[in-house]
Write a protein that binds this ligand. Sequence first.
Ligand code: ZN
Length: 194
Amino acid sequence: MQLLVDNARSFPDWVARRPEMFRDLAAGQTPMALFITCSDARVIPSLITGARPGELFELRTAGNIVPPYDPERPGGEAATIEYALCVLGVRHIIVCGHSHCGAVGALVHGDDLTPLPAVRTWLRPTARELPVAHGVAHAVRHHVVRQRDALVDHPAVRDRLARDLLSLHAWYYEVDTGVVSAHDPRAGGEFTPL
Ligand code: ZN
């Protein structure tokens, strides 16, 4: 923890060496995409994509799950998606799953989630539709496509897709190699390297 505190204390020095960049950030953000991925500490969107501060709007959830839109009680995920589209005018949403995912892995391996009631409840809808016979990597790829497609449940997404103002992407990131592949409808729905 002390390392984190020390780095946070010295961060203003780093910023001071880039005054124009951070002055511009204070004026507002114009992210190129909404990047939805797992909370996993090994997945670092800006490192993977080379995005600089202000260039990626992020939504991170356990297992990069996009929960169904509930018009009566829209949650934080729905608020993030709505803000990205309606306020920031984001034109691309990337849903990125990853290898060695603990959330998907728990479902594939049939782990007992009784001690983790919040995790169990969160993963339950995913568990019902996840193919588990071909390992974690296969399950994650299938899962990512499902989560990308679930985005159309959100009114702001549906509206912008209908007006051709938005593109949805499903990516898979390999933690140990750094390779990113994308779901490619032209390749029969296979994931192919970017
Ligand atoms: Zn994960």
